[in-house]
Design a protein around this ligand. Structure first.
Ligand code: SAH
Ligand code: SF4
Length: 395
């Protein structure tokens, strides 16, 4: 049995810490980078690999943040580590719990910026939706994050730090010296929070490698899903260098409509995108690609759209499942959600064609934690209407 989050809505605010020192943060370094940093700090080269392995396990397997607790290292060595390094993750500024158990965290990263992280408990799994950027350079017209300017990319440490933060909150680090892997509260990761992960490729890749490392958080690559709006050149790299599952924000079946909904389509159109997707499963040795399709009333939700969607996928022989997302409204959003009957009819056409067509349950919308509603309340830098239109090529 998984533990359920309380069914109340509560908001708590945690006091902020003062800015940290200029010590180097070990969180987010790859194994090679950590090894180099330890050598730089005076660790004999011959020992560096072993020390990396030990420290790695303390940080990522047992969730330790204090060098003093790393009892298999000599005291003097721990003191040296403490002098030169820190183990830091983003700080939780506030946490809200939805009536359905969904938890939304606002976390603060260096520079005082804030991003949102959402935990979604289900009967057989728990999914953490993490962010890769503060804001987004893209301007998908139905997405709340898209109205916020890109402030900056998150570092690898800030990305994997979101997972560590959630494990803290769920109290899910195993006892020292043990591995508790059976039923995890946090069993799946989706890169579906704020930002376009493939515009922050290296940091996302390094963070996911850390999350997958068997001597640490050890999440299987099949439990990690990266969602992209369609940055075609990086799709092949994702297959080769990360190998996680892929979700594609498809959302329209003609270039004309997709150009408006997902403006990156003007750079890489539907046909180019489908070609890149067709080779993904083989290269990454994964099964199906998830096509995400947001249901917008009168915009992309006709029977003809459903048939065209299937035709695209079949033409390229892409193993696929189609995830229909009822549009989540946000203040000032220019679209309406398709009716339930329309969504069901659309799903049925897809199902009849032989594809799974689950309708995504809206989770956490009472706390604005649902898909596309994320936008940190404190980051009010808004793109001007003119700028959005210019980027979308509408004017
Ligand atoms: N930038 C990436 C990942 C973040 S968005 C991407 O675009 O894929 C995660 C998913 O939520 C995407 O499929 C996105 O299209 C969808 N989404 C955005 N705004 C939404 C909204 N208002 N309602 C429903 N889904 C939305
Ligand atoms: Fe950015 Fe994804 Fe939102 Fe588009 S849907 S604006 S790519 S976060």
């Amino acid at each position: 049995m998984t533990t359920r989050a309380p069914v109340t809505q509560d908001v708590m605010t945690i006091p902020r810490k003062l800015p940290e020192s200029d010590k180097m943060n070990l969180v987010g370094l790859t194994r090679d980078q950590m090894r180099d940093a330890l050598i730089e700090a005076g660790t004999p080269e011959k020992q560096a690999k072993m020390r990396t392995g030990q420290i790695w396990q303390w940080i990522y397997q047992w969730g330790v943040r204090d060098f003093a607790e790393m009892t298999n290292l000599a005291k003097a060595y721990r003191a040296m580590l403490d002098e030169k390094f820190t183990i830091e993750i983003p700080e939780v500024v506030s946490k809200q719990v939805s009536t359905d158990g969904t938890r939304k965290y606002l976390v603060r990263i260096a520079g005082g910026h804030e991003v949102e992280v959402v935990y979604i408990p289900e009967d057989d799994r728990g999914t953490l939706c993490i962010s890769s950027q503060v804001g987004c350079t893209l301007t998908c017209s139905f997405c709340h994050t898209g109205t916020q300017k890109l402030v900056r990319n998150l570092t690898a440490g800030e990305i994997v730090g979101q997972i560590m933060m959630a494990r803290d909150d769920l109290d899910e680090w195993p006892e020292r010296g043990t591995r508790k892997d059976e039923t995890r509260l946090l069993s799946n990761i989706v890169l579906m929070g704020m930002g376009e992960p493939l515009y922050n490729f290296e940091n996302v890749r390094d963070a996911m490698k850390i999350a997958m490392d068997p001597e640490g958080i050890s999440l299987s690559r099949r439990r990690i899903t990266l969602s992209t709006s369609g940055v075609v050149p990086e799709i092949a790299r994702t297959a080769e260098e990360i190998g996680c599952l892929l979700a594609i924000s498809f959302h329209a079946t003609t270039d004309e409509v997709r150009d408006v909904l997902v403006p990156i389509n003007k750079r890489w159109n539907i046909e180019t995108l489908l070609e890149a997707l067709a080779s993904y499963p083989k290269v990454s040795n994964s099964e199906r690609i998830t096509f995400e399709y947001v249901m917008l009333d009168g915009v992309n939700d006709t029977d003809a759209d459903a048939h065209r969607l299937i035709e695209h996928i079949k033409r390229h022989k892409i193993p696929a499942k189609i995830n229909l997302i009822p549009f989540n409204e946000w203040p000032g959003s220019p679209y309406k959600r398709s009716s339930n009957n329309r969504i069901r009819a659309f799903a049925n056409i897809i199902y009849q064609a032989g594809y799974a067509s689950p309708i995504r349950k809206t989770r956490g919308d009472d706390i604005m934690a649902a898909c596309g509603q994320l936008k940190s309340a404190t980051e009010r830098a808004r793109k001007s209407r003119k700028q959005i239109e210019a980027e979308a090529g509408l004017k």
